[in-house]
Design a protein around this ligand. Structure first.
Ligand code: ATP
Length: 252
């Protein structure tokens, strides 16, 4: 029998029935959510709600017990961490993993994907393409005039931006960030919101965040997790006024 009707919408990321059980404890429990193209989605929720575990599952660091994670036409639950990166999913962890003794230029340069060059043996052209891309990314992360300084001299916030830049240079279609503004100054936080709004022209961003002011500045949609399940979902306005969210999270 054929079904006639509107085909399901093509989301960039479709998470369905996702479950992971650690010794019988379901840290993520039958979770479903959908992320659009060019969307900034923020996941919030109390400590232990399962937020980090969701990102671990998407990037392949943790294996699911059940459920599906569709990204474009690919089923990520069956792929290795490196295959998931190649498929276009970038993940930034809380602690920056930049090289302090290299310059900002060098940090970005070493993150440029190898073997993706269309120039073949024309090394000269490839080098120019890398330099152009490094400069383009440096501008987005507000570090264009610092390219030849060692990363050690950057502020905490600038180091976070550099690490975002090291992911951006690989041009991921989905970028996942775990508490990107933790420890940042107010002005750095505002610039980070600006940065995210620039980069979603070519991708979607999935962010875990506790800083509600920042969430208000960036979120197109908020997913509130509690005990591995969705407690509420929608605009910041909507979830903020949801009594369940106030009770388990925002009221504390
Ligand atoms: N590898 C693991 N083995 C056993 N339990 C785990 C593992 N990873 C996470 N958990 C448990 O799963 C639950 C969810 O943890 P998770 O770190 O995803 O929460 P979170 O929402 O990110 O919290 P926080 O805001 O504190 O970072 C916690 O109870 C945690 O102890």
């Amino acid at each position: 029998m054929t079904t006639i009707g509107t085909p399901p919408k093509n989301f960039l990321l479709s998470v369905e029935g996702l479950t992971v059980s650690f010794d019988g404890f379901k840290a993520v429990n039958d979770l479903s959510f959908y992320v659009d193209e060019n969307e900034i989605r923020v996941i919030i929720g109390p400590n232990g709600a399962g937020k980090t575990t969701v990102l671990d599952l998407i990037c392949g660091k943790t294996r699911s017990t059940a459920g599906s994670i569709r990204f474009r036409e690919k089923e990520l639950t069956r792929m290795s961490e490196s295959q998931i990166v190649l498929a276009g999913v970038g993940r930034k962890f809380q602690t920056p993993s930049i090289y302090d003794d290299l310059t900002i230029f060098e940090n970005l340069e070493i993150s440029y994907p190898k073997g993706r060059s269309v120039w073949g043996a024309l090394t000269f052209k490839r080098d120019q393409a890398v330099r152009d891309r490094v400069e383009e990314v440096a501008e987005i992360i507000f570090l264009k005039d610092r390219l030849h300084d060692n990363a050690a001299f950057l502020s905490h916030g600038q180091k976070q931006w550099l690490e975002i830049g090291m992911l951006l240079i690989q041009d991921p279609e989905l970028l996942m960030l775990d508490e990107p503004v933790a420890g940042m100054s107010v002005s750095e936080r505002i610039k980070t919101a600006e940065l995210l709004n620039t980069i979603i022209k070519n991708r979607s961003v999935l962010v875990i965040e506790h800083d509600m002011k920042f969430v208000e500045d960036i979120a197109h949609k908020v997913t509130v997790l509690h005990q591995g399940k969705i407690l509420s979902e929608g605009s910041m306005e909507k979830v903020k006024s949801d009594p369940k969210v106030v009770e388990v999270y925002l009221g504390h």
